[in-house]
Write a protein that binds this ligand. Sequence first.
Ligand code: ADP
Ligand code: MG
Length: 210
Amino acid sequence: MIRLSQQIPLGTGRHRKCYAHPDDAQRCIKVVYHNGDGGDKETRRELKYYAHLSRHLKDWSGIPRYYGTVETDCGTGYVYDVIADFDGKPSVTLTEFAAQCRYEEDTVVLRQLLKKLKRYLRDNRIVTMTLKPQNILCHRISESEVIPVICDNIGESTLIPLATWSKWFCERKQERLWERFIAQPALAVALKKDAPSKDRSTLALSSREA
Ligand SMILES: Nc1ncnc2c1ncn2[C@@H]1O[C@H](COP(=O)(O)OP(=O)(O)O)[C@@H](O)[C@H]1O
Ligand SMILES: [Mg+2]
């Protein structure tokens, strides 16, 4: 039995808490803490999609691998790759990353990260229920390189998983979700800071310093 209840989680979502694996620095354990609130159903959907990915996905750089279950003092634990930066610090979520964007240069990095995420989703035909900044981890693999990793909400819930099996449906769905994703306040606010250079005035400078 693995003890997690005394640990501070790496992150907490609506249904699950994610803990560092006490016996393996490369892994984390997720447990459902809101039983009966759809958490188990979501986990089942996700694992079904992981079974699909394990047969089809070639590039795992944008999704933590899944390693099966363990017994914990918080109930069944689901083991994944832990996403941590090159310097050992936990990778921040895209919500935190966007909140840290203060200057135009930061926004350029944010845009590049979003571009990488979009390309990864398209090239690997990753199907997600929704795309939310708190479910994307910004994996800093070196001083200068950040890779987006999708840690939640993958797969689809429909009886006939059209987007999983059809490239056309997948791309349509990805386009729809992407529009909603970048319109979310956490990203929209950060992306607006990218003023065109002709507008880079004293006003812009003073508002930066405010
Ligand atoms: N593989 C991971 N490595 C590191 N942190 C993670 C990982 N997966 C999730 N987290 C953190 O835990 C939080 C909750 O996990 P998540 O799977 O999103 O739970 P929920 O399904 O309840 O939203 C995430 O927002 C993220 O901060
Ligand atoms: Mg989540």
